[in-house]
Design a binder for this molecule. Structure first.
Ligand code: AMP
Length: 226
């Protein structure tokens, strides 16, 4: 389970870690790329680290580039599965020797073997960072949705107890938020679990939600290893 102490085991102060899920595309409206920059700026102001999917494209690349430009390369850790490198990092796809991201622009990058390893590493970094950290979804497609739902169900199961925030830019996620309300009314999501997902309407509100989050009681007490 989560160590909610404000200090790491070696006694040093913990730095919160936020995992951002977001599109590998830019979206058709400039508000989505602008929200990626706004979120990175808010992370910088709150001295928060980023762990993300390690891509250079779309909203993903914009969040990472912006935060590295403000807080430096050590503030960002990208974790990318090997098969995605040629699609989600801007290299010459025909030249395998060019598959090396510029860490001075995108932060530290780790290439892993598969999606599951990536998700587990990301979640572990968020949990290790302690209070103030959590998972945040910007606008995105199937990949973003899948990652968002996975950490939501992991919270419901008690695998972690970190906040999961939807940054609802331009009503992009309103359909999902309405679905949660309907699922509670219809008896498919327990009322105590309705609040696992929090909605934020601005980047500053994302940070506020992360700070104020209190995990609801009644989750299963599972552990990774079990
Ligand atoms: P998308 O939101 O569809 O643009 O995808 C954003 C990112 O989510 C992709 O670049 C993938 O790295 C990641 N992703 C994680 N899990 C999945 C999955 N099951 N299917 C597709 N993409 C995924």
């Amino acid at each position: 389970m989560v160590n909610n102490n404000a200090t790491a085991s070696n006694g040093t102060a913990k730095q919160p870690v936020v995992c951002v899920f977001c599109g590998a595309s830019e979206g058709t409206s400039p508000v989505h790329m602008a929200s990626a920059r706004a979120l990175a700026t808010a992370l910088h102001k709150s001295n928060t680290k980023l762990v993300y999917g390690g891509g250079t494209v779309g909203l993903m690349g914009e969040v990472a580039r912006t935060l590295v430009s403000l807080s430096g390369p050590s503030s960002v850790h990208g974790i990318i599965p090997q098969p995605l490198v040629r699609f989600e990092q801007n290299h010459d796809p025909d030249d395998i020797t060019s598959h090396r991201i510029d860490e001075s622009i995108y932060g530290q990058t780790t290439v892993v073997k598969d999606m599951h390893t990536r998700k587990q590493m990301m979640a572990r970094e968020v949990v290790a960072g302690g209070p103030g950290g959590g998972f945040v979804a910007l606008s995105g497609g199937y990949g973003t949705f899948e990652e968002l739902m996975e950490v939501t169900t992991w919270n419901q199961l008690g695998i972690h107890s970190m906040p999961v925030i939807i940054y609802n830019v331009d009503n992009y996620w309103t359909g999902l938020i309405d679905w949660v309300k309907n699922a509670v009314t219809s008896g498919f999501i327990a009322p105590t679990n309705a609040g696992i997902l929090s909605e934020a309407l601005s980047a500053d509100e994302v940070i506020q939600c992360l700070k104020e989050y209190e995990n609801a009681p009644g989750r299963f007490n599972l552990t990774w290893e079990d």
